[in-house]
Write a protein that binds this ligand. Structure first.
Ligand SMILES: *Cc1c(COP(=O)(O)O)cnc(C)c1O
Length: 342
């Protein structure tokens, strides 16, 4: 069955979790961003302001909606959108702001909402890494006009395959999304007015998500416990020129999708840790604006200096809710050995 009771049930439960009226399940997070933008009226000729320090799919989705990505730099402390740079990036073609709540904590939304109101822009949150994160007590996903989620298996709320959703309080956006994910049909009349996509959430994934949603807050607690253990275990390695641990902005409740640390000798450290059996990821080693596929946007090297420097210095320590304390302690010990010897 397609678009049956499991998708209906999940949509209702995920909307309720956020205290919002609508949720539309889609096939993945990239299409959640793309359809979310289209449902908000973004299309060819429009500019969407976002960051280059994000997962490439954020930007692929803007391109997929036919719009033009415009990048601002990130802040040097929390690596999130520098909202102070947004005003000067706004042009007559700007249609949307797309903050990415990267790594599991929220962008500073107050200034963005003020700019959106002043300039008549829509705000789509990319919540693919921020399920359950809070910003001054309010859930990620409730802070803009609509919000896109991914349920890729590794995410804070993950299915067993691909999945995504858009949440919103706006009935028109909900209606547009239901049509967009279903060929562009308005399902009562079986007529396409604007050609859409086939981007439906699968019933089996929806049923898995319903069960996992009841445990989301527990998963987040597990991630926070792992983060606390790293913060305690690695505190002695911080300080000038040393390891930089994640900085949580005031008012944010971080869900630690990834635990990103920073060190000027990142590559050496990652290489040395391999001999201790510790293999680390980088989120992300290549800023989107430096990728060949986005060269036509014309961002020269050096144009987003904080983003570019971070890409050379950040790396992610193992992070998942079930990470056993003794396994984590081995990682902490290995980091000490490597940084002590370095
Ligand atoms: C994972 C992710 C996406 C894309 O989600 P998929 O389900 O893999 O398509 C988009 N944006 C961000 C920030 C992500 O982390």
């Amino acid at each position: 069955m397609v678009l049956g009771p499991s998708v209906d049930g999940f949509e209702k439960e995920f909307a309720d979790y956020h205290g919002l009226r609508h949720c539309v399940g889609v096939d993945n997070g990239t299409n959640a961003v793309k359809l979310g933008l289209q449902a908000l009226g973004v299309g060819p000729g429009d500019e969407v302001i976002t960051v280059s320090n994000t997962a490439a799919p954020t930007v692929v989705a803007i391109d997929g909606a036919g719009a033009t990505p415009v990048f601002v730099d990130v802040r040097a402390d929390d690596y999130l959108m520098d909202t102070d740079q947004v005003a000067e990036a706004i042009t007559p073609r700007t249609k949307a702001l797309l903050p990415v709540h990267l790594y599991g904590q929220c962008v500073d939304m107050g200034p963005l909402r003020a700019l959106a109101a002043e300039h008549g822009l829509v705000v789509l949150e990319d919540c693919a890494q921020a399920h359950g994160a809070r910003h001054h007590g309010e859930l990620a996903g409730t802070l803009g006009d609509a919000a896109a989620f991914s349920f890729y298996p590794t995410k804070v709320l993950g299915a067993y395959g691909d999945g995504g959703a858009v949440v919103t309080d706006d009935a028109d956006v909900d209606r547009a999304l239901r049509s967009l994910r279903y060929y562009g049909m308005e399902d009562v009349y079986y007529v396409v007015r604007t050609p859409g996509h086939n981007s439906r959430l699968d019933e089996v994934q929806a049923e898995i998500l319903r069960r996992k949603l009841t445990r989301l807050d527990r998963y987040i607690e597990g991630r926070r416990a792992v983060a606390r253990r790293y913060a305690e275990g690695l505190a002695d390695l911080t300080g000038p020129g040393g390891l930089v641990l994640p900085s949580v902005r005031e008012g944010n409740d971080h869900v630690y999708y990834v635990y990103v640390v920073r060190h000027p000798r990142r590559d050496e450290i990652i290489e040395a840790l391999k001999s201790y059996g510790v293999f680390l990821n980088i989120s992300y080693p290549w800023p989107v604006h430096t990728m060949t596929g986005f060269a036509h946007l014309g961002y020269a090297k050096g144009s987003l200096p904080v983003t570019e420097r971070l890409a050379d210095e950040i790396f992610s320590l193992p992070m998942y809710p079930a990470l056993a304390p003794d396994v984590q302690d081995k990682v902490i010990a290995a980091v000490h050995e490597v940084l002590g010897a370095a």
